[in-house]
Design a protein around this ligand. Structure first.
Ligand code: F6P
Length: 320
């Protein structure tokens, strides 16, 4: 019998986490369950920062960026002693199940907790879109829109000065933000793990554009790959294109969630309660596949690697 469910947000915050929190809490209350929040992610869980909430707690949060229950990274959660302490705290509060909104790191922590007999459900929330068990994470759509609106603005100034702009975007080690932004912006180039830099090819293209007197060139670069200032210097030397760099940084994580993220959050949040209430299902991770909300056993989901959309690279190359 499930009487108490707790929910937390963990890892890098993502737009839509609040909308998801709202959906989890409201779906739980709808089914007559006492709902609890855990502040500051897995770290807050270990510190016992748990509080019961009602429907009013979720008032006016659907459109808010960030996460009102805050988030944290806790690499030490790999330590079995810390996991055990977290499990004991959940037992002390008589929590029957835990819903965690976050990325791969959060899911690994939830998986470890599930070994102590606690039913857990993971919901993918991260701007990176790097979770293996889903085609889309909550936050990705908003971050992509933010990147596109920044690039639109950069195009105005680049075009006025006939410049090349190198724009570094987030994604940790996943190129989805870079590739989808490049596609959506018709960028002249994209550099990411899935689409590595081919210097000669890039320089040739920029030289040609310069000779044709093109007004600007946009190159989207994934973080953690190369020094964009070094590359900018090389581009100037090799192609004569006046070049500037921009690191969009954590701006990409903020802002009001897109309608797409809010809807994904609502669907996934409600599904998490269905899973908890289904006495035949164990701990699961929720995902989206082919437009449908799906869920997988947690041990299977945490082993999956994110695959980028089939044909995306070729499409970007063809339309450049
Ligand atoms: O995982 C989300 C993310 O924004 C990554 O894109 C980025 O590499 C990382 O978090 C930055 O984390 P922090 O804000 O903790 O430095």
């Amino acid at each position: 019998m499930i009487r108490r469910i707790a929910v937390l947000t963990s890892g890098g915050d993502a737009p839509g986490m609040n909308a998801c929190l709202r959906a989890v809490i409201r779906a739980g209350l709808f089914h007559g369950i006492s709902m609890y929040v855990i502040y500051e992610g897995l770290r807050g869980l270990v510190e016992g920062k748990i509080e019961q909430v009602d429907k009013d707690f979720t008032q006016d949060i659907i459109n808010r960026g960030g996460t009102i229950i805050r988030s944290a990274r806790l690499p030490e959660f790999k330590d079995p002693k810390i996991v055990k302490r977290a499990a004991n705290i959940l037992q002390d509060f008589e929590i029957d199940a835990l819903v965690g909104i976050g990325g791969d790191g959060t899911f690994r922590g939830l998986n470890d907790l599930s070994k102590y007999g606690i039913k857990v459900v993971g919901i993918p929330g991260t701007i990176d879109n790097d979770v293996g068990s889903t085609e889309q994470t909550i936050g990705f759509s908003t971050a992509l829109n933010t990147i596109c609106s920044c690039i639109d603005k950069l195009k105005d100034t680049c075009g006025s000065h006939q410049r090349c702009s190198l724009i570094e975007v987030m994604g940790r080690h996943c190129g989805d933000l870079a590739m989808y932004a490049a596609l959506a912006e018709g960028a002249e180039g994209v550099i990411c793990v899935e689409h590595p830099l081919k210097e000669d090819q890039l320089f040739r293209k920029l030289r040609k554009m310069k000779a044709q007197n093109k007004s600007h060139a946009i190159i989207v670069v994934s973080e953690n790959l190369l020094d964009i200032n070094e590359l900018a210097k090389k581009i100037e030397e090799e192609t004569g294109f006046d070049t500037r760099t921009e690191v969009l940084g954590r701006l990409q994580r903020g802002g009001s969630p897109s309608a797409e993220d809010r809807i994904l959050a609502a669907r996934m949040g409600a599904r998490s309660i269905d899973i908890v209430l289904d006495k035949d299902s164990g701990s699961r991770i929720i995902g989206m596949r082919g437009g449908q909300i799906v869920d997988l056993p947690i041990e299977e989901a945490v082993e999956m690697k994110h695959e980028h959309t089939h044909g995306l690279r070729q499409l970007i190359d063809m339309l450049q």
